[in-house]
Write a new protein. Sequence first.
Length: 306
Amino acid sequence: MQGRNGKWHATVLLAAAVVCSGLVACGGGDEAAAPAPASPFPYNGDLIAFQSDRDGNSEIYLVTPDGKRTTNITRNSADDEDPCWSPDGTKIAFGSDRQGSQFDIYVMNVDGTSVVRLTTDPADDTGPGWCNDKIVFRSQRDGQSEIYIMDSDGSNQTRLTFDPDTDNEPVCCPDSLKIAFFSNRSGNGDVWVMDIDGSNQVNVTNNPAFECSPSWSPDCTQLSGITDRDGSDDIYVMNANGSGLTIVTPFGEDEFASSWSSDGTRLVFDTNHDGNWELYTINVDGTNPVRLTKNAADDEYPSWRP
């Protein structure tokens, strides 16, 4: 399986609210009523963040889980990618090259306001994942792709992995005690798990096939991710120790990044099932797949609000 821009690629679509005009009697003649104002976007509701290039460059969008409402929250000429929710659902961390040729980690409010830059290293810092009051991310600042952790204000940046091969895609379990990540140090792509301080690094897939893009269930007992064991890149679910692996999307096309709903019953993921990358949701048992986005651009890297 091939990644894009050194990462693994995925995102979601656009639904516009149309308000009907009515006719009312006024003064003796019928006149068209003014359109009712559109209701504000439900920033406080159940939402999925994703990246899309539908406006000509990569931006961060929000979509409701029914796919009916979508909004662009970055609106920047640079590329904004890899959204990740804070544990309380009030902020989104993301990667952007808006202040230079390299990517850095930023944080913003849910509506895109109050953007704060957290990293300033000349190397690329990408793929943030929130760990309670800390953020993990991938950086190439020491010559190869490694995993780092920092406080959520950008302070105390600390390297966690020290391997000559590629380590990336870090994601914390909600209790912030474990980090799952991708590594090819075993000779092929696998999902690994380590303690939040970088200790006890364990290969939990350990298979000749390619596995990547892990995501924790809300209760930290399971992981979803990608495997090509059946010939295409499918979403699977397994126990946190790698046992009990079950395929969720045996559809024959490629799927990529996945994220769990807050109640742990559904996954959102991106797939090229429709000829380009779109977002779908599906029950964890593989039933009831629902398409969320329908756009000619690529919608990828979904992240479901906790």
